[in-house]
Design a protein. Sequence first.
Length: 137
Amino acid sequence: MATPAFEDLTETFEFLDDWEDRYRHVIELGKAFAPMDEALKVPATKVQGCASQVWIQPIITDGRFDFQGDSDAMIVKGLIAVLHALYAGLPVAEVVAVDAPAELGRLGLTDHLSSQRSNGLRAMVERIRQVAAEAAA
């Protein structure tokens, strides 16, 4: 149950021959991702469990999930952009139903991230799921 944006990303990853190309693409996604307003980078939006500084600010409009996010590490900001492609625009009730490990596995991310980055990615997914579950309740 992936969004069209995530399906497009999956197709792009299929064309990239090796992990280094994919890694560079994730960094480029991070560079292209809109910066988060500094005023939103507060303890309430900070994601715990990430080695880097990560902030996620949910935006719920007409029952649909979206978020702003940022990080002090380019690869992590790229991972935020990947998660944005996975979740943005979904009804809040559907966000918790997304099998993020399986979807991200389609990109080959889980095989090539360090354990710290993998833990941080899981923490970001859990934060997104938590916020969506609260909004759906």
